[in-house]
Design a protein around this ligand. Sequence first.
Ligand SMILES: [Zn+2]
Length: 312
Amino acid sequence: MHRGDIVHNAYGYGLFTGGLGLHYGAEKVGASVIPISGGNTKRQIIIMQDFGPTAITCTPSYALHLGEVAEEMGLNPAKDFKLRVGCFGAEPWSENMREQIERKFNIDAIDIFGLTEVIGPGVSSECLEAKKGLHVFEDHFIPEIIDPDTGKALPYGEKGELVFTSITKEAFPVIRYRTRDISVLSPEICKCGRTFVRMQRITGRTDDMLIIRGVNVFPSQIESVLMQVEGVEPHYQLIVDREGNLDTLEVQVEVNEKVFSDEIKQLERLEKRIEKDIKELFGVTCKCKLVEPKTIQRSEGKAKRVIDKRKI
Ligand SMILES: [Zn+2]
C-alpha cells in the first residue's frame, strides 16, 4: 500500500488491534482509509462500489465471504471493484485460500502477522514479489524460535515456538515474549532483495487457543461462562467448523436430569442465554446445544474440549 491507495479496512475497530493498527499504518504511508470495521456485509459492498478502494484489509475468511455476498448481489468481484491488493491476517489460512481470494477479486493477496501484546499488525508481512514467508521487521523486533518444552533457542530452519523481543517499542516493551505460535525462520535473502529474516505461516499453537473469525478464544473462557449457569455440568465440547468461508463454533454442554427434563422452550431459553453471554463477554458468535447427561465422551487423560473440523 502506498500514497494514493484507498484502503477498505474491514478489521474490527475498538480494543482489537487489527482495525486501528492497520488504520494508522495506512495513514502513515499516505493512503486514505475507509474505517468500515467488520460486519454489515451488504453495506460494505455498496461502499466498495461507491468509494472504489484499491486495497482491502480483513481476515482471509471474511474476504471470501465478501466475495460471495457480492456475487449474490449480482456483482463480479473481479471486475466491479477497483481492488489491486489485499492484506489478510489474524487467522491461519492456506495457499489454497490465497488462490481463491486472488482469483475471485483479481488481486494480490498478502499474508500479514502481528499480535496484540507486541504491536498488533506490523510485526511481519509477506512481500508482493515473492509471497514466500513473512519478512519480520528486524529493525523493530528480534525473532527467535525456541523449543516450547525446554525453552532452548533453535537454529534457523527448525520448527518451534516464535519468540519476540521489541527494540524500539516504548511503554510496553517485551523481552523474549513467547507467542505460543509455531513457525520456522529462514535467513536466506528473498528474491525481492530484502534481507529481513522470513517466518513461515503459523502452523499451530503450543496452547489450546482457538482463532474464530479473527477472535482469540480460550476454551477456559467459554467454560467460565458455562459454569455460572445453574444445572450445567462441567462436561462440554467446542466444535469448530467452517461453513462456506466462515468459522462456526458450536458449544455442546451437558445439563443435569432436572434441567434436561424441562420443556423444550425452557431449554431453548437457556441456550440463547449462554450464546448471548459468550457473545457479550468475548465477542464471538456461537451456537449452544444442551445435551443429555453423560452424552459427551469422557476421556481418561486430558479432556478433549475442542474438535476442530476446519480444513485449512
Ligand atoms: Zn521478499
